[in-house]
Design a binder for this molecule. Structure first.
Ligand code: APR
Length: 237
């Protein structure tokens, strides 16, 4: 009997909403090498390029909406909570706000959020919808030119690791959706969950680097696989 569920999502769950994934066949992320836009060194070297890159991504959120997979996970969490079935935690590597808009109670953005700005002077993170390229003042300390995207870049520590580790150590079902399993620590969560005795399931377009570690893997588009799996879960209650 499943009580505690941890779900990890990656870029694949937002692909059918029109948000590009990271590891396209050309190895570029929307025309840029990852080292040019997603490292602290890149930001020091060329802050304007990095700010513009994330400003464009942030603005693009206005053109996309949650798809059937996001909505199905929100439905599952709502049922889990309403019926008091156990703990439900959704951990996403995505920096878009599509899970937020689908509606979740326990959602952790382990790689940060486009709709948040981080002050390099005072350390405050604040909701942010507009561009950062024109060096606005930090809403917390009023300093200008100190805000950066609140995104966890390569070489930086992901957020919420303690809460995620606690939930993984208590879960009896771990589901990984739409992630290539290429980036740690997220790629290691399946082993963490297995060590806790959980059943593990992968839902991804194609086999990922981590597929052999899962008890079960289903391959196909998230917009189809996730609603079907959620119906299966709810039907078994
Ligand atoms: N449905 C399901 N899965 C899909 C779909 C889809 N419609 N489209 C693509 N995928 C799968 C791909 O097959 C791939 O395995 O989603 C995965 C996306 O992998 P990545 O692009 O590597 O994204 P992700 O795993 O989220 O990347 C992890 O790397 O660049 C960093 O910090 C960034 O959070 C990101 C992290």
């Amino acid at each position: 009997m499943v009580r505690n569920i941890v779900i990890l999502t990656g870029a694949g769950i937002s692909a059918e909403s029109g948000v590009p994934t990271f590891r396209a066949a050309d190895g570029l992320w929307e025309g840029h090498r990852v080292e040019d836009v997603a490292t602290p060194e890149a930001f020091r070297r060329n802050p304007a390029l990095v700010q513009t890159f994330y400003d464009q991504r942030r603005a693009f959120l206005g053109q996309v909406v949650p798809n059937a997979a996001h909505l199905a996970l929100a439905r599952l969490e709502a049922q889990w909570r309403e019926r008091g079935l156990g703990e439900f935690l959704l951990v996403t590597q995505n920096v878009d706000d599509l899970h937020d808009r689908a509606g979740h109670n326990r959602l952790l953005h382990m790689h940060g959020e486009l709709n948040s700005a981080l002050c390099t002077a005072c350390g405050a993170a604040r909701p942010w919808r507009g561009p950062l390229i024109d060096d606005p003042a930090c809403p917390a300390c009023q300093r200008s030119g100190s805000l950066r995207p609140d995104i966890v870049w390569f070489g930086e520590m992901p957020y919420h690791m303690d809460a995620i580790g606690d939930a993984l150590s208590r879960c009896d079902l771990f589901v990984s959706i739409g992630t290539s399993g290429a980036v740690y620590p997220a790629a290691g969560f399946v082993q963490w969950a297995k060590d806790a005795g959980a059943r593990t399931l992968e839902l991804n377009l194609e086999p990922s680097a981590g597929t052999p570690m899962f008890d079960e893997a289903r391959h196909g588009p998230a917009g189809t696989l996730v609603p079907a799996w959620v119906e299966e879960m709810l039907g078994a209650l």
